[in-house]
Design a protein around this ligand. Structure first.
Ligand SMILES: CC(C)(COP(=O)(O)OP(=O)(O)OC[C@H]1O[C@@H](n2cnc3c(N)ncnc32)[C@H](O)[C@@H]1OP(=O)(O)O)[C@@H](O)C(=O)NCCC(=O)NCCS
Length: 214
């Protein structure tokens, strides 16, 4: 039995618990141990029937070889925490909801969280610590880079690529073979019909760059 701590007791933490419980119902040998979170307002509370175990730093000192889900929405914070906790020997589980569908040659990286209704076609590659929200369709050969967060209902046509650390809004469409550069943001509902540069914010149909990210 794998005992799993959920790091982050916010909205994504609650969603990760839902996902874990659905996996357990489907036969996974896992048990949620509790949440850890640095928000003092959450100390001592029970959230959706699961107790708070304390702060993240207390957890680092208390446990060796722990398995955890990193349920942190902010991409920069997620990156920093994953790097810090990996140095302490914490291992990260990859959560794929039983109602996500993927081809046998799809690759899904460590620590990624994949919600129900996601479809991953032939040779899709999902990096490490990626978050795929419900109802995302990834056609053949799509690549999603490490750390990226994809909003629900986004559609990626064949060979589309998302760089690392991107935030793709809900309902975005990307036509075949287009690339979204590293650490970029694409606004909800945008339609990407040309490559988008790294570290930019784009919105609209078709998607146009509206600002750079420093
Ligand atoms: C794109 C986005 C990140 C921009 O946020 P922001 O940097 O705070 O930008 P602002 O709200 O100041 O908007 C800047 C301009 O872009 C426009 N804009 C913002 N989001 C837009 C969108 N999704 N589509 C079209 N135009 C948009 C605004 O109307 C504004 O236009 P103006 O300058 O003519 O007034 C945000 O609006 C967005 O769409 N986020 C997606 C959230 C999401 O879907 N998350 C899902 C994952 S959980």
């Amino acid at each position: 039995m794998k005992q799993v701590v959920i790091i982050g007791a916010g909205c994504l933490g609650r969603e990760a618990l839902w996902l874990l419980r659905d996996l357990i119902k489907a036969g996974a040998q896992m048990e949620p141990l509790g949440f850890v979170d640095d928000d003092p307002g959450k100390a001592g509370k029970t959230i959706l029937g699961l107790k708070m175990l304390g702060s993240i730093s207390r957890l680092e000192k208390a446990h060796k070889n722990l398995e955890a889900v990193l349920a942190v929405g902010d991409i920069q914070a997620k990156c920093a925490l994953a790097r810090r906790l990996k140095k302490r020997g914490i291992k990260f589980v990859t959560l794929v909801h039983p109602q996500a569908v993927f081809s046998e040659d799809a690759v899904i990286g460590e620590g990624s969280i994949i919600f129900p209704g996601v479809v991953m076609s032939a040779q899709v590659r999902i990096g490490r610590f990626v978050l795929l929200n419900p109802g995302i369709i990834l056609s053949h050969d799509v690549l999603i880079g490490d750390w990226s967060l994809i909003g629900s209902g986004a559609h990626f046509a064949g060979q589309a690529r998302v760089g690392e650390g991107c935030q793709i809004g809900t309902g975005v469409n990307v036509i075949p073979q287009k690339t979204i550069g590293d650490w970029s943001v694409v606004g909800a509902g945008a339609c990407v019909i040309s490559d988008l540069p790294a570290k930019t914010v784009s919105v609209g149909v078709p998607a146009r760059v509206i600002k750079k990210i420093r």
